[in-house]
Design a protein around this ligand. Structure first.
Ligand code: 5GP
Length: 193
């Protein structure tokens, strides 16, 4: 997506260890106009799939997932990383190793929000090694829900996430695809949408 690629070129900052900082428009301060455009793009790509729920993980997946869900006319569910006292129902849970925080956490969604009737679009802000997406897929599988596709804002194509998800037979659509973050330069691949 041209607007996103241009914004990364303008405002993205490269940290060491292959990490891109986009905290001025995605992960901390959020640009609602860009988010809405991205949500619309995801909805356009997946509109024939009969999606009934959009599923993401807190916190940075919520903004693009919410706009995609609004556009598709379905609810958005975000997996929680910490168990809340108010989550007293039966939970779907999975372990996720965080690429940026380098810790394993248990993510969860209340079972009542996903069922075998659901067709799910998974959305996240970044795809690195695919562990967050894999955890969300596991939650859907526990509910018997069908994952129809994965929408990613920024894919770091030099890491293994896309391959992992495609080997599971899933369609991955990324709005920006980064080939490399070396020598202080962001190099892009052709994006999917
Ligand atoms: P994965 O689970 O695919 O290895 O990593 C994806 C998760 O790690 C995303 O939910 C995102 O929060 C975080 N992440 C991975 N790479 C980056 C990055 O380069 N920059 C930022 N800001 N977050 C990242």
């Amino acid at each position: 997506m041209k607007e996103l690629v241009e914004r990364i070129q303008k405002d993205g900052r490269i940290l060491g260890e292959g990490v891109l900082k986009v905290d001025s428009f995605v992960t901390h301060q959020v640009d609602p106009v860009l988010m809405e455009q991205m949500g619309q793009r995801f909805a356009e790509v997946f509109k024939e799939q009969g999606i009934t729920k959009v599923v993401t993980i807190e916190a940075s997946g919520i903004a693009p997932a919410l706009f995609a869900a609004k556009e598709l006319g379905v609810p958005m569910i975000f997996a929680r990383k910490a168990k809340s006292l108010t989550m007293d129902e039966e939970l779907l849970t999975a372990s996720v190793y965080s690429f940026t925080k380098q810790v394993t956490s248990t993510i969860s969604i209340s079972r009542k929000f996903l069922s075998s009737e659901d067709k799910v679009l998974i959305i996240d802000d970044f795809l690195a090694n695919g562990q967050a997406a894999k955890g969300l897929i596991e939650l859907c599988q526990q509910a018997g829900a069908q994952v129809e596709g994965i929408g990613i804002v920024i894919e770091k194509s030099f890491q293994d996430g896309r391959q992992l998800l495609e080997e599971m037979g899933l369609r991955v659509v990324s709005l920006a695809r980064i080939a490399s973050l070396t020598n202080g330069q962001v190099e892009f691949l052709e994006e999917d949408a």
